[in-house]
Design a protein. Sequence first.
Length: 209
Amino acid sequence: MEDPQKLKDLEIKVSSYPDRATFISVHSQATLDRANEFLKDIIGMDKEVDAFFDPTISGLNKLHKEEIKKKSIFKEPLKKAKEIVSEPIRKYLVEQDRIRKEAEEKSRQEKEKKFEEARELERAGEKEEAEQIRKDETALATPLPPVVKADGTHLRKHWTWQLEDINKVPKEYFILDELKINSIVRTMKDKTNIPGIRAFQEPTIATRL
């Protein structure tokens, strides 16, 4: 358990570092030495923060992993049962959706056919008969099947994809394998030979206590 007073003291200490850092400038050996000592002090304080929090974090991480494992054990049978029962529901809803769409298309075609008949009658001067066909909606098409419903469950459709020919995919849909490139550059250094990639050194500083 974290000591509240120690936590407060640590917070006060670390919060002072950014302001102190703004007063650091390096323009001589002496100022370089002072800046370097301050940098080491920062690193030391960073380790102090780790030492304060890591034991608690480690315990929480261990407890978290244990609880996640327990949870997964309890959820696995439910996941399996859900997969088993969801598939026949999905298949039935897909089939009913297909049947309804076919019926809707058939109805559309029948309506179009009836309206075409009405247009033909109209062109032949039989305006009353043509108007009667347009008004008689119940005679225009066969009834649609009822919409299949399951309370709280519906057929959700989403777009997905599969690769058919990688050679036809435009290059803007590819991403660089940065992990592989980093590994090669760190290994080969100035001998890196990857077309389109320039390897170079980027200076940074490393400080140890």
